[in-house]
Each structure stands twice: as C-alpha cells, then as structure tokens.
Design a protein around this ligand. Structure first.
Ligand code: IMP
Length: 427
C-alpha cells in the first residue's frame, strides 16, 4: 500500500491530528484535500501541544512534504500565522510546504459574511466556525471565487474582486452589516500575501500524482467527518465541502485507482459541535463528565462539544460511504474514566443516518459490561500492544469491528505519540 486516505468517521474532532502525526512518520508526502481553517488538528510532540488548522498534520517530521490541495479554501492571514508558529516550534524550516495554485482564497469579507449570516439566522443557525468557509465555497460554486493563482496577476485579481463586490456589498447593506468589500484595500492586502506565498505555490495535482507514480508513501488527510459531508452528512447542518474519502480524488486531482486504502477515525464515544442531529447526545451529568474526561472543547473555536455514546449506525454509515478498509479508534482511555459505558447498535425506528429523520432517531442504548473500574483508564493508557489492553477494552473494539465490518487498524490510548497501538501496516 502506498497511498492511504485518512478521514473522520463521525462529526469531526475524532483525533485526526494525532493519528495523521503517528502515520506521517512513515510517509514521504502528506496532503490535505478539502476544508480550511474550520479544522483544528491537535498534535502532541514531546511536551509541546501544537494545533494546526491548514497545514497538514505531517508537519512535525522534517523532510515530509506537506501539500494543501486544490479542494481547500485558504485564509492567507491564518496560514501565515500558522507557519510562523510552527517555525518557532522548529517545524517547516525547509522547503516542506506546497500550496495548490487552484485552491480558493478566503478574504476577510468571507469571514464577515459568515458571522453576519450566523447572527441573522438566530434559532436556525448552523453554528459554523465563522471562518468564512461557507461563503468562500459558495463563491467557488457561483464561479466568482478567487483562486490562489488569481493573486499573482493584479489585473485579474481586480476583476475578480469587482465581480464579488456587487453581491457581497448588497448583502452587507441588506442585512445591516457595517463592513464593505473595498476592492483597492483587498488588492493591497493581497499584494502583501503574494510576497511570502509565491515560493510555496505549485501544481499540487501533478506533484501528488508524480509522488504516487514514483512509489512514494502518500498520506492523504481529510478534515471534519463523514456526518458533516455536504452531500451525505446531516444536511443542512454540515460543512460546505466533501469530507468523505471520495473527495480526496477531486480535491487533489488524482484518480480513484491511485488510492490503496482508506482508514476512518472514530472516537471510542461521539461528539458534535454546532447545531444538527446527534442521536446519542448525553444531556446532564454524564455528558458533562464525558466532556471533562475528554477535554471536549473545540480546537478552533473553543466551543464546548456535545458528547454522547458511540453511535454504531452512524459509524456503519460512515464506513460504507467512505469504503473504509481500516478503523482507528481514539480516546479509549477517556471512555475508561466514565463511571459507566453504553453503546448504540441500532435506532428503535430503523432510521438511516444520512436522512432528515435522524433528528428524531431513538437510539437503543446497551450498557457495556466491565467498564467503570477506576484503574482501567491507567491500564489502557499504558498499553502498547493489543494484548496489553484489559479485556473490556478488547471486547469493546471487537463490537466496533463486528458491527461495522471493518477491521481495527490502530488504537490510540492517549495523546502522546507513543500511546498508539498499530494493528495494521499503513504503508
Ligand atoms: P463551517 O465548516 O465553519 O461552515 O461549519 C459548518 C458546521 O461544521 C458547523 O456545525 C461546525 O461546527 C462544523 N465543523 C466545521 N469544522 C469542524 C471541525 O473541524 N470539527 C468539528 N466540527 C466542525
């Protein structure tokens, strides 16, 4: 296997940063194919905690090429800050970063629009990250998006900005927003971006394709999770890009035949941030306890995440929609801190996760035996092989694998790099 796609199999925040970091030590190239700085991937390297929003989680390994693909939307201001912070931590000091000329750019007016719309929506709001992701993808679909390559040619950039100024400023006026898209100001801003951005730009599709053809180990990193996918998630409470493995092809510019394996990441329980259906959501003290145990606060926005038991119908759905060949189960140690553990194998009403009815789904919860022992968490956190895991933890992994029909490829038992149990070879 030389090309592996790794995607979130729930509602995002499954621990992709940690898993991709663990796998990246074996990769030559790590590429992201969709989303923007709505994502927040946390890496723990020694005593340092690093959160990346745009740069692929392979950045912690010198010499590993990190690529931002055409399917992404990039806020240059955030990107610049992130590169600077990573360099201060000793990362990305060489020529290890490449950006697709075809990726779309998030300007401040996209951010302002995102926030304004969320404020206007009131009770029906999506709960977006307010980072301008939706407005940037919307402009792309409307064929007035601004690509990275447009920044390089001032006359073309002016024309693109002018194309946006009409509808954008009309919306600001209509909604009573004070901001305005000022073409000259944005042109000046973009001139500053180009100075440091230009050396990073490339035809990312060809770069990744050549790496694959050259037999390099290529790791493709998704963002968010299956249930937030624009087409197959809990629409309209979804992000505005493809979060499924299929999006790796269009987002990078490679064919499906180039992909050898797809691993999906799931927490040992479930979380969701933002509005929308979440059948196993726990209200009250158990939900609070899970949030505290797992430190479940958004890496991007700091928002508290809703927490609940593992939802196997949703995970099965994610496994099918992604064609998963392996599952990575994270935060098993966190689950062990709970006084009791339950799991959902089915919904009472047989609802299908991708449909509107999910809002009303009644999860059938089953208490899992053997959990709730205070020393279990420590034994799990110290395990380095499957055999080291206590019996209830192994039985739990068996349930996940049997119910989804996907073998467990990796288990994460803590945030540290060494707290990873590999059960399959990634490459
Ligand atoms: P947007 O992607 O900022 O437009 O937000 C749309 C929905 O996706 C909201 O419910 C967000 O909370 C959710 N979302 C976006 N990115 C992430 C992520 O990285 N983790 C979890 N939820 C996310």
């Amino acid at each position: 296997m030389s090309t592996l796609v790794v995607v979130g199999a729930q509602w995002g925040d499954e621990g992709k940063g940690k898993v991709v970091d663990a796998l990246a030590s074996r990769a030559d190239l790590v590429a992201r194919f969709a989303g923007g700085n709505n994502a927040g991937h946390t890496l723990v390297v020694g005593s340092k905690k690093i959160v990346t929003h745009l740069v692929p989680s392979g950045c912690a390994y010198p010499g590993t090429l990190c690529v931002l693909g055409a399917g992404m939307v990039i806020d240059p201001e955030v990107f610049r800050q992130e590169i600077t912070a990573l360099q201060k931590s000793g990362m990305l000091l060489g020529s290890e970063l490449r950006v697709s000329l075809d990726a779309h750019v998030i300007f401040p007016f996209h951010r302002w629009l995102d926030g304004l719309r969320e404020d206007q929506h009131g009770a029906t709001k999506i709960g977006t990250t307010r980072r301008g992701i939706g407005p940037a993808y919307e402009a792309k679909a409307a064929r007035r998006g601004i690509r990275v390559r447009d920044l390089l040619i001032p006359e073309r950039l002016r024309a693109r900005l002018e194309l946006n100024a009409g509808p954008v400023n009309a919306e600001f006026e209509r909604c009573g927003g004070e901001d305005r898209l000022d073409v000259d100001a944005e042109l000046a801003r973009a001139t500053g971006w180009v100075v440091w951005l230009r050396p990073l730009l490339c035809d990312a599709g060809s770069l990744v394709d050549e790496a694959i053809r050259g037999g390099k180990r290529v790791l493709i990193e998704g963002a968010q999770g299956a249930l937030l996918d624009l087409d197959h998630g809990t629409y309209p409470f979804v992000t505005s890009s493809t979060t499924l493995a299929g999006g790796a092809c269009s987002g990078l510019g490679i064919g499906p035949t180039a992909i050898d394996g797809v691993w999906g990441i799931t927490k040992a329980y479930a979380t969701r941030v933002g509005a929308g259906p979440f059948p196993t959501r726990l209200d009250g003290p158990l939900g609070d306890a899970l949030r505290r145990a797992g430190d479940e606060f958004g890496a991007t926005t700091g928002r508290p995440r809703d927490c609940g038991w593992l939802d196997l119908p949703a995970l099965r759905y994610a496994a099918r929609r992604n064609g998963l060949t392996g599952l990575c189960v994270t935060k098993l140690d966190v689950l062990a801190k709970m006084p009791e553990v339950s799991i959902c194998r089915s919904y009472a009403d047989g609802v299908t996760p991708g449909t509107d009815e999910l809002e009303l789904a009644l999860p059938i919860l089953e208490r899992v035996s053997g959990w709730g022992d205070p020393i279990l968490a420590q034994r799990i956190a110290e395990a380095r092989r499957l055999e080291d895991l206590p019996a209830p933890a192994r039985a739990y992994l068996d349930i996940i694998s049997e119910e989804t029909g996907v073998p467990i490829a990796l288990v994460s038992v803590g945030p540290g790099r060494d707290q990873t149990i590999f059960l399959s070879e990634a490459f």
